[in-house]
Design a protein around this ligand. Structure first.
Ligand code: ZN
Length: 234
């Protein structure tokens, strides 16, 4: 057995902790010294390990938020209605948030999406005008985006109906996404300046806009946000 060691803080000999291997006693560690110096060192080590673990969890959460496509501005968004919206989503129900500019629709959608993300849901956030632009220009990765947006646990469609200039092709791909989610009973959270009735015309002249709006009417509960609400809750 190696020689007995002593505490670097108080100099007391440290009692070896042993196990018996093949009939021989082997020292595997020493009993922790009860002196204040040694106790402080152990506490400091535990504190540092806890700090590192916390930092690791924060980095991991930040990566998940980034992968979900939630804008950095809303990466820590909180909203008094977020809990209620996320509860619906976690129960499989969609939410349609509409109201004018500055009523906090995107803020609420992101705050709810973050709660769902924390509950382990696979979340994707898509700004509809940019999504349609990517589809319209058939940009690289647009097909992949359509497929992942169709199948993720929660899809946030931000600013639906903002751009009326949606080509029939792009409108059809948007319908594919919504319809796929409708069939798979996967929730969506939509933000829009328009009601579900108005949004159909905004998406397309033809029937695709109507079809998207009618799917959304079945999939979502409509929540109207107004400026007063924003002021009350800050
Ligand atoms: Zn000691």
């Amino acid at each position: 057995m190696p020689p007995t060691t002593s505490c670097p803080h108080c100099g007391a000999p440290l009692e070896p902790l042993t196990v018996v291997v093949n009939g021989r006693e082997v020292r595997v560690a020493t009993r922790p010294c009860p002196c204040p110096g040694a106790a402080a060192e152990r506490a400091e080590l535990e504190r540092r390990e806890a700090d590192e673990e916390r930092a690791r969890l924060v980095r991991q959460a930040a990566r998940r938020v980034e992968r979900a496509g939630i804008p950095r501005r809303y990466a820590e968004a909180e909203h008094p209605k977020a809990q209620a919206v996320s509860a619906k989503v976690l129960a499989g129900r969609g939410v349609y948030l509409h109201g004018g500019n500055g009523t906090g629709k995107t803020h609420l959608a992101c705050a709810a999406a973050l709660l769902c993300l924390m509950r382990g849901m696979d979340v994707r956030f898509a700004v509809v005008p940019s999504l349609l632009e990517g589809i319209r220009s058939r940009s690289k990765g647009a097909g992949e985006a359509v497929s992942s947006l169709s199948s993720c646990g929660l899809l946030v469609l931000d600013d639906l109906g903002k751009e009326a200039a949606c080509t029939p092709y792009a409108a059809e791909r948007l319908f594919d996404i919504v319809n796929e989610r409708y069939n798979s009973m996967l929730p969506v959270v939509v933000t829009s300046n328009f009601t579900r009735g108005e949004v159909a015309r905004r998406i397309s002249e033809g029937e695709v806009g109507v079809a998207i709006a009618s799917r959304l009417a079945e999939m979502t509960d409509s929540v109207h946000l107004d400026g007063a609400d924003r002021r009350i809750h800050g």
